[in-house]
Design a protein around this ligand. Structure first.
Ligand code: B1N
Length: 809
């Protein structure tokens, strides 16, 4: 028998009886229990193992096919992955839907009950983390040999609760019952150095003598492709104390706590996800996390490369490493260190290999989200990397000086080191210098990057800069999240190929004037609202779901809600369009302004709820703890998608895509991917308002006075006065004050245009047939926003990789 790579494995049965047999066997032999005494958790874990085994078998074949092909691999490095629940997706992808349902029935458990026990790994903050999950899903779907690398945080993104309307954070101990989806791989553990100093040996090679040594232990989660045999993985690193971190001498002397102190310190590195999203945070432990991820992953990538045995000069031909923002950008000096110090390559050769290996995706334009780290911290934590960064910088600035003689200011601007007010390393500059491709995440964003934030680099290296517009998984956000609509689409199009080829949704356009079809479409939306259970399913469901940030302008939406409340109060018998306004999202725990907005929303919701004259027309709901799972429930129920950031601030947005795909109409500014959504769904099916980027820039430059808008606009004034006078339980005065005195994101300047646009929304809603047609056209034309398209763009323009098909035998 040939035991290599799963060859010779007994294939797992595809009948219901065989699936039940395997489930029972898992219950008995892996859970050690019987049907009679099995708990729901036992049933769940046995089910997971039974599904997982089917994917593990595909994984073995994938590995065999990949090694045989010896391809160029994609390595995706990301500090965050928001994978969402695994069970339903893995049942779908493994094609075990029917047999798993039958087995659950035989066991006396329901799919809903099993899903409830399937804990979402919240290893990310928001869009950036969910994008990573959508991209690895699409890479597997397109048969691209790829590994995602990340950190296995013990605690994921905090759980949001409300106490008196204020956000209170609770820890997310997501593995308290273990994680049955995960495969530990302790054999592949790596050693990571921190602190210490550098010396030179007789040959002149630099050696790093570390002050702390930590182990990185990997485990992986399976990432199956849809409609293919490929199963890729996400490999997650967990920090552990090294053997020497247990102090036996102290232990013997009875100093038990002191004996494990070092191990505890080591394990803290992967203890918790930092809950900041596009906001500033410069903590030492975060830099340690970043280096931990990078060091473990690069050693693993090199280990895999050595299995093949080719010369190091072929490393870039066999590996492309995509950096998900600057969080893993230490990979650049780390690869230089490995090539120069450990492999003995010359600087120039190592630098060419490094640049050819890496590509960098930038996800922001906000200055406070561009990472910089104090030089002093670097010097202590990563002394050798700082030397390497200085060397990279010297060569970079030599090039700048020779290209632009005498332009001293340009040298200062482009330096990897910011000098004042404090010396700091600019990670985005490092990422641009050390890669061969830099991309933004929507057309406008990529253009603004090249014109503003990274302008000097784009001028010097124009060929490096690209756009790759984001996308979302059609499986998770349509097929799984919206089963009723998926069925309707499948029956209309004749088959379900759209889920793997989203442009096929175009075929729905021929139903745009079919009254019976439109009625079914509308009935499903109504049923999705009823399923969500927040507010009257016949009311317009107006949805704003995303992290809380002033630039996203939840406060603008809130000012409109207060205005609507006043209009209803002033005209109780008026012809008001009933609306449920849904907010959901978390604020970074230290972001006080964002938390104040949350608290004010909850206070306004309570005031409205207590007013029977208003409740027939207006309801504000704010379900806590927005995450992937809750998104899958809310998004299919939305009629209106709020994408109202100040133009030029939202890099892309991806919620905007998920909502349009589910037939919500967008009310939005010309920001991020909104622009591309509008172009594709058609201007007549999109509610556009507000300043565009040049107008916003000009208004700021010419001196912006928010108070003048307050003084000129009676409804705006009434809304702000109500807050200031304590109409909402005395809550939120700081929100109003900040808007009146500062209003960094031009909320008041856009208020009137927004309110008028919302009136256009109300008018459009009165004609339900026309609305439903626009809804259908949003779905039909959203195919471009599939993550499959995004990945195929990366593959052809940046990665230059080819698919490798995995066959059944
Ligand atoms: O990345 C998403 C975009 O769709 C959003 O527009 C963008 O805001 C988001 C530091 C970030 N940019 N930067 C972050 C996250 C965590 C962190 O610690 C920054 N997230 C985005 C996907 O491209």
């Amino acid at each position: 028998m040939d035991f290599r790579n799963g060859i010779g494995l007994r294939p797992l049965g595809s009948s219901a009886a065989e699936f039940e047999q395997d489930l029972l066997s898992n219950l008995y032999y892996r859970r050690g229990t019987t049907v009679e005494s099995a708990s729901a958790q036992d049933a769940y874990e046995s089910l997971v193992l039974t599904v997982r085994d089917r994917l593990a078998e595909r994984r073995a074949r994938t590995t065999a096919a990949h090694y045989a092909a010896n391809p160029r691999w994609v390595y995706y490095l990301s500090a965050e992955y928001l994978l969402g629940r695994q069970l339903e997706q893995n049942i779908l992808y493994s094609g075990t839907g029917e047999i798993a349902t039958a087995a659950m029935k035989a066991l006396g458990v329901s799919p809903e009950e099993m899903d409830e026990l399937d804990i979402e790994p919240g290893l990310g903050n928001g869009g950036l983390g969910r994008l990573a999950a959508c991209l690895v899903d699409a890479m597997a779907t397109l048969d691209i040999p790829a590994i995602g690398y990340g950190i296995r945080y013990d605690f994921g993104i905090f759980k949001q609760t409300f106490v008196d309307g204020a956000q209170v954070e609770k820890p997310d101990d997501w593995t308290f019952q273990g994680n049955p989806w995960e495969f530990p791989a302790p054999d592949d553990r790596q050693t990571v150095f921190f602190y210490g100093h550098t010396t030179r040996d007789e040959a002149g090679r630099t050696k790093w003598i570390p002050g702390e040594i930590v182990l990185g232990e990997p485990s992986h989660m399976l990432v199956p492709g849809y409609g293919t045999e490929t199963v890729n993985i996400v490999r997650l690193w967990r920090a552990r104390g090294s053997e020497s971190s247990f102090d036996l001498e102290r232990f013997s002397a009875g100093q038990y706590a002191e004996a494990v102190q070092e191990a505890v310190r080591a394990e803290n590195i992967s203890k918790v996800l930092y809950p900041d999203d596009s906001t500033e945070l410069g903590r030492e432990l975060r830099l340690k996390q970043q280096y931990f991820l990078v060091s473990c992953s690069l050693r693993d990538i090199l280990r895999r490369f050595r299995l093949w045995g080719g010369p190091l000069t072929d490393f870039p031909a066999k590996s492309v490493i995509q950096l998900n923002d600057t969080h893993p950008s230490l990979a650049i000096p780390e690869l230089m260190r490995l090539l120069v110090d450990e492999e003995g390559l010359g600087w120039d050769e190592a630098w060419l290999l490094t640049q050819r290996t890496f590509a960098y995706t930038c996800h922001t334009l906000l200055p406070e989200a561009l990472e910089t780290w104090p030089v002093a911290l670097f010097e202590r934590l990563l002394p050798r990397h700082l030397e390497i960064i200085y060397e990279i910088n010297q060569r970079l600035l030599d090039e700048v000086r020779s290209r632009y003689p005498g332009d001293i200011d340009r040298v200062r601007r482009m330096s990897l080191i910011q000098e004042a007010p404090e010396r700091r390393v600019r990670m985005a500059h490092l990422a641009v210098a050390g890669t061969s491709a830099v991309n933004g995440v929507a057309e406008l964003h990529s253009q603004l990057l090249a014109e503003t934030t990274l302008h000097d680099f784009a001028t010097m290296w124009p060929g490096k800069f690209r756009n790759v517009t984001n996308g979302v998984s059609p499986r998770r956000f349509l097929r799984i999240a919206n089963p009723a609509l998926s069925e309707l689409i499948t029956s209309a199009l004749g088959d379900s190929r759209w889920a793997g080829d989203l442009d096929r949704l175009r075929g729905l356009e021929r139903f745009a004037d079919d009254p019976a079809f439109l009625r079914s479409w509308r009935d499903i939306k109504r049923a999705n609202k009823a399923r969500l259970g927040l507010g009257d399913p016949d009311a317009l469901m107006d949805v704003m779901v995303k992290r809380f940030h002033e630039y996203k302008r939840q406060q603008l939406k809130l000012l409109h809600v207060i205005t609507q409340y006043h209009r209803i109060k002033d005209n109780p018998g008026g012809d008001h369009v009933p609306r449920t306004v849904l907010f959901a999202g978390k604020a970074a725990p230290a972001y006080h302004a964002a938390k104040s907005i949350i608290r004010l929303i909850n206070a306004v919701a309570a005031t409205i709820e207590a007013d029977p004259a208003v409740t027939p027309y207006l309801k504000v709901v704010f379900p806590p703890n927005y995450n992937v799972t809750l998104g899958e429930l809310i998004i299919p129920a939305a009629d209106l998608s709020e994408q109202i950031s100040l133009a030029g601030k939202e890099a892309s947005g991806t919620g905007n895509m998920k909502l349009a795909l589910n037939g919500a109409l967008t009310i939005g500014t010309l920001d991020g991917a909104n622009i591309e959504i509008r172009e594709r769904v058609g201007a007549e099916n999109f509610f556009l308002f507000g300043l565009d980027t040049p107008a916003a820039t000009e208004l700021k430059a010419s001196g912006y006075h928010p108070r003048s808008y307050y003084e000129r606009d009676p409804e705006l004034r009434a809304a702000l006065d109500a807050i200031m006078s304590g109409a909402f339980g005395g809550v939120g005065k700081e929100v109003a004050e900040s808007l009146l005195n500062w209003d960094e994101y031009l909320t008041l300047a856009d208020f009137r245009a927004y309110a008028e646009c919302q009136e256009a929304v109300d008018r459009a809603w009165q004609d339900q047939t026309a609305w439903t047609k626009a809804s259908l056209l949003n779905t039909a034309r959203a195919g471009y926003f599939s993550a499959d398209r995004t990945v195929s763009d990366y593959a052809s323009t940046i990665w230059h990789v080819e698919p490798v098909r995995v066959t059944r035998d």
